[in-house]
Design a protein. Sequence first.
Length: 209
Amino acid sequence: MELFFCFPDFCHGVEIQQPSSVFGRDGDPSVTLTCKQDDSQFFYMFWYRQQGGGRMELLVYSPGASIASVEAPFNGSKYSAFRPTVLASSLEAFFGKGTKLSVLEPGINVTAPTRVKVLSPSEKECSSGTKTLVCVASGFYPDHVSVSWMINEETVSKGVATDSAATRYGTSYRITSRLTVSSEEDGEKPNKRSEAALSSPIDESSSQS
């Protein structure tokens, strides 16, 4: 798995369009990643590559329209770049969030999560002053799945801990996410409804508790 990030020369309200995921098949002659920014006053754009959570490496340098060079040590390799005229966009973003490129293995179909389960907290944990809900999603391929939590239809980030990367099991992946709330927070919303939502380029599903 590789991540490719696109950046303008500096952040001054420039809006970036960049797909979150791109799939390629083993044996495909090429895969094309795109990036657009909406301000013609900022000419410089850069592509960076990141493999497996490692350091970011400068891949492409583009000082203007129709000018793009692949940087060493990638020049003369499998990479090429083309910079057309800048196109306008209306998306609210300041930096590209990265495009995740996965080369799909032969004989394995792209599959949305086939099993999503939310595990309730134990009685022992509830008596300790905290409650933890655990969402386990499995059976998907490739690993382009993210998990978010909602309480009463409002997305929350406090108390959320999600695996940094999905774990491979045979020909599919599994990911786990946890939502921990205190008794005080629980008491503020006695009839609260917690929901774990999954998102991927393949399909969307959710499980409630």
